[in-house]
Unconditional design. Structure first.
Length: 623
């Protein structure tokens, strides 16, 4: 079953939408629906399709208080305009709006009205759920919900009659949303419903079924404290507003959550248990990156993309994005989702043999690797498309056979270079791999690339608010903005700053913003317990070649002034144009310099260094 297009499929036909503002399109172009009273008549007829609507109902919709003596004649004018807009039906050429003993009846097909399509998809989704096909049920219910664009008829709700119809439509949409959320939870994909449920609970705080679904989705996503808080907030709201207690069923759910911790996720109906899952916990403070997350989910759900590289400077949230996607894609990879660090804790690179050995243990495949290669020894790169030299051919072949026969998702985190992973990537089969790396890994092909930069101001402020509380954020929004900008709007730095402020509750935001604004003190301020932004910058610095380190140290000065041009690079490096271009592009490849996303000549481009890396490079240059 396919969602109808935004425009009608037949030329000249009209497609109406009620699940949002009243709109109509013909051949992809919006249609003017006339003055407000004419729109009220049309909305009332569309809200009761293929059913007689009495003159009294139409009159009450247009003139709820004191209809004029000419009301009936005026209605005839509005209905005539509706006939002209709608055209005729089928081959017989009859008017779509006809008058009979019961009133005016509008004839319209499912593919011409979003509410009819919504109802059809919802029925089909519920039927699929009743026969145990939960994945189909979730898909159909989601297609129905995709038609819901906001409060139904929100532009005409000052009419009592239309407002009643709109509330009935919204209640139907809420019920379908609850059906969909409960189905996703049963499938073990609770995380996809969390944010939408939160928004709906804010708009409908007394709707208990929404609350229960929100509690379950948070609980199964590993966010037990938040799930319990949902119940406590609801109990207090009911007592304050209505003098009631939550239902016994909801209270029992709360007690069960208190007693058992995180509940085991139910397996999807009709599917065997996944081969295994070895993922770190989903990042609870994941914020923003909506477009990048949507792109990553779409790529990993496509049969044509097997390898995706997520790159960006140190602290940009590459691992958090990859793990967020991996947790959301459980049903798409029935043979497991696995996460492996490609570096050791001290920052040194693991050999491909070590990484492959861990993958074999996680995936349950027997792989014998060469144990004679000393841990941490240099591994020469292999020819393109072949395994790295430290991985015996038999082990590489066994791994590729497993990949070709299974649909698994592998996250290889913090990849230092191409040689570390080249022999581990799938050459065929349905498995997918996400690589996170500071550099671009330009030597890998074919891959899809997602580059992360700084967060937008609003996203960075949202992250800071999660850590220090929205109330404190509102006490001085200008200082909060200075804080996130001084952190370069990098998730790591904003997170560390937020954790520090959460402990130093007495510290005014403006004072902390002043500290971070001082280039000589900013890195000293970005420390929270054992988490240090300077140490992360140092790790990225060590990844650079000696020549790139010298160049970055010299470019730190002009970069502090808001970026540098090619002419500025030539002056700072003391070299000619070609040498400057090669140096800047080497730093771009290493993830230390960012460049414009659109095409622009080398001389016109403005190059930037992330602020905190720039400060660290300046320290090293002055050391």
């Amino acid at each position: 079953m396919i969602r109808p297009p935004a425009r009608p499929t037949s030329a000249g036909a009209v497609y109406f939408s009620l699940l949002g503002p009243l709109t109509a399109v013909r051949d992809g172009r919006p249609l003017p629906l006339g003055p407000r009273k004419q729109r009220l008549v049309l909305a009332t007829l569309l809200a009761r399709p293929n059913t007689p609507v009495s003159v009294d109902v139409l009159t009450d919709a247009v003139w709820p208080d004191d209809p004029p003596r000419t009301a009936r004649k005026n209605l005839q004018v509005y209905v005539s305009a509706a006939r002209a807009l709608l055209g005729s039906t089928g081959d017989d050429g009859r008017d779509r709006v006809v008058h009979g003993c019961g009133g005016y009846r509008l004839t319209i097909d499912e593919g011409e009205l979003d509410t009819l399509r919504f109802r059809s998809l919802a029925r089909a989704g519920r039927a699929a759920g009743e026969r145990g096909d939960l994945r189909t049920a979730a898909r159909l219910l989601r297609e129905a919900l995709d038609l819901w664009e906001g409060p139904p008829l929100n532009d005409l709700r000052d009419s009592t009659g239309v407002a009643e119809e709109a509330e009935r439509l919204e209640a139907r949409c809420l019920t379908v949303y609850e059906d969909w959320a409960e189905t996703e939870i049963e499938l073990g994909r609770a995380a996809v419903a969390v944010d939408g449920l939160r928004d709906l609970v804010e708009r409908h705080p007394l709707r208990e079924r929404l609350r229960v679904a929100w509690m379950n989705s948070l609980h199964q996503s590993g966010r037990q404290a938040e799930a319990l808080a949902v119940y406590d907030d609801y109990r207090q709201l009911l007592a304050r507003e209505l003098g009631l207690e939550p239902s016994p069923a909801m209270a029992a759910l709360y007690r069960a959550m208190l007693g058992r911790g995180r509940a085991a996720r139910p397996a999807a109906a009709g599917r065997g248990t996944a081969h295994g899952t070895a993922l770190p916990a989903a990042p609870r403070d994941f914020t923003g990156r909506r477009e990048e997350l949507r792109d990553l989910l779409a790529l990993l759900g496509s049969p044509d993309e097997r390898v995706v590289v997520v790159s960006g400077p140190a602290g940009s949230g590459k691992s958090a994005l990859a793990l967020r996607a991996a947790h959301l894609l459980g049903d798409g990879f029935p043979d497991g989702r696995f996460h492996v660090q490609v570096r050791r804790e001290d920052g040194s690179a693991r050999t491909p043999a070590e990484v492959l050995g861990e993958l074999g243990r996680l995936c349950g495949v027997r792989i014998t690797v060469d144990s004679t290669v000393p841990s941490g020894s240099a591994v020469p790169a292999a020819p393109e498309g072949g395994p790295a030299a430290a991985v015996p051919q038999g082990a590489a072949d066994a791994w590729q056979r497993w990949l070709s026969l299974h649909r698994a998702l592998i996250v290889l985190d913090d990849v230092p270079d191409e040689a570390s992973v080249r022999g581990l990537l799938p050459r065929s089969g349905p498995s997918s791999v996400v690589l996170t790396a500071r550099g671009q890994l330009a030597g890998l092909a074919p891959v899809h690339r997602i580059a992360l930069g700084a967060l937008a101001d609003g996203e960075a402020l949202e992250l800071l608010g999660k850590l220090i509380g929205p109330g404190r954020l509102r006490t001085d929004p200008a200082a909060a903005l200075r804080i996130v900008r001084a952190c370069g709007a990098l998730p790591l730095a904003v997170g560390v700053g937020g954790m520090r402020l959460a402990v130093l509750r007495h510290l005014p935001l403006a004072e902390y913003a002043d500290r971070l604004g001082d280039p000589s003190a900013a890195l000293d301020e970005l420390v929270a317990g054992d988490i240090s932004v300077r140490l992360r910058m140092a790790s990225g610095w060590q990844d650079l070649s000696a020549g790139d380190r010298r160049a970055l140290g010299r470019l730190a000065g002009p970069a502090k002034e808001g970026g540098f041009t090619l002419d500025g690079a030539m002056e700072a490096l003391g070299c000619g144009e070609r040498a400057a271009i090669r140096t800047v592009e080497s730093l771009i490849d290493a993830g230390a310099v960012t460049s414009p996303t659109g095409e622009v000549t080398a001389h016109a481009a403005l190059y930037e260094v992330p602020r905190l890396l720039c400060l660290y490079a300046g320290e090293r240059e002055g050391a």
